[in-house]
Ligand binder design. Structure first.
Ligand code: F6P
Length: 361
């Protein structure tokens, strides 16, 4: 057994299903396996800005059977507030990275595990370099756009929710002879739309990586209808732009906005171009809040154990990853610079085309 250690863990960025399963895996391996202490930091890097630092020791006894199955994160998280360019309540901006580093110092950690997407992992890595912190990253995001890993925690649960949404939309579409448009998340990548669209039997899938025209989408819908079907299913990734190339975003006040609304734009254009009765569903955060699927629980368990083993072997500044049916680890720097969008020539795009699904091009 390696010498006793005290390690920290935090979740950062948007939540997703499977985060609690990662925390459980880390606690099982570190506390149960190595006999170390695990300190859970609250609300991502926000918890390191408060004094005393918002953190608690994570005991094995807390991880009863239920936490593995629960979405969200028992630690809380944030997807706001880059500590290097932190927005203060009065609207001014300040570099608060030194406060975070001090906060980590207060906890007297031997190492820190950060569970995050590409943005959060990049911030954590910059903090680790500046503060001499022994960091290990675990990739999570429903968007599945983190480089150097085939899978990030949360993605398959989101895909499952989106696929089930198509399962629920199909009977009502058929009953009313309608075109159903489903807008899904994914930030700048179309992974959720493409994967769920194939699995859920969509006729049209629009993703930001493949340019589209409404005429081409309308042609596909007319074709579906004239070939004896009375409904059609379209999946649209939230980052798809208007035909004129304008991003569609929802304002949240204070100059902040997120993607949202392209589904309604596409629905209206389809209805104008085809005369079809069209309805739009925006799936939103339902994609993040459901129980983790078996695959996400499995990946969470694999990543958590491997992350702790990296610390035991004193191999830092690395991200755990899934490649070629195996768990590996890669330099964090490599993961954060290699953004992973959908490959327009890749297997899933070829599969969609092979099935006759229109990508709108
Ligand atoms: O990155 C995860 C994600 O769910 C994106 O797919 C989406 O665009 C964004 O976060 C939504 O963020 P928020 O939780 O701030 O609405």
């Amino acid at each position: 057994m390696s010498a006793s250690k005290r390690i920290g863990i935090l979740t950062s960025g948007g939540d997703c299903a499977g985060l609690n399963a990662v925390i459980r895996s880390v606690v099982y391996r570190a506390v149960g396996g190595y006999g170390w202490e695990v300190v859970g930091i609250r609300n991502g890097t926000e918890g390191l800005l408060t004094r005393p630092v918002a953190a608690e020791s994570l005991e094995l006894s807390r991880f009863t059977g239920e936490i593995l199955r629960r979405a969200g994160t028992i630690l809380g998280t944030t997807n706001r507030g880059d500590p290097f360019d932190y927005e203060m309540p009065d609207g001014s901006r300040r570099d608060r990275s030194d406060e975070i580093i001090e906060g980590i110092g207060e906890l007297e950690l031997d190492a820190l595990i950060g569970i995050g997407g590409d943005g959060s992992l990049d911030i954590l890595r910059r903090l680790a370099i500046k503060g001499g912190i022994n960091l290990i990253g675990i990739p999570k995001t429903i968007d599945n756009d983190v480089g150097a890993t085939e899978i990030s925690i949360g993605h398959w649960s989101a895909v499952t929710v989106a696929t089930e949404a198509l399962d629920h939309l199909q009977p009502t579409a058929a009953s009313h002879s309608r075109v159903m448009v489903l807008e899904v998340m994914g930030r700048d990548a179309g992974h959720i739309a493409l994967t769920a669209g194939i699995a859920g039997g969509a006729d049209v899938i629009l993703i930001p990586e493949v340019p589209y025209s409404i005429e081409s989408v309308a042609k596909k819908i007319r074709q579906v209808m004239t070939r004896g079907r009375n409904f059609a299913l379209c999946v649209v990734a939230e980052a798809v732009k208007t035909e004129e190339g304008q991003p569609v975003r929802m304002a949240h006040g204070g100059g902040k906005s997120t993607y949202g609304g392209i589904g309604h734009y596409i629905g209206e254009r389809i209805s104008e171009a085809t005369n079809a009765e069209t309805r739009v569903t925006v799936l939103g955060h339902l994609q993040r809040g459901g129980p983790p699927t078996a695959r996400d629980r499995l990946m969470a368990s694999v990543f958590g154990v491997h992350a702790v083993d990296l610390i035991a072997n004193e191999r830092f500044d690395r991200m755990v990853a899934w490649q070629n049916r195996d768990v590996v680890d890669v330099p964090l720097a490599e993961a954060v610079v290699r953004y992973k969008a959908v490959d327009p020539e890749g297997a899933l795009v070829r599969t969609a085309r092979g099935l006759g699904i229109s990508l709108g091009d």
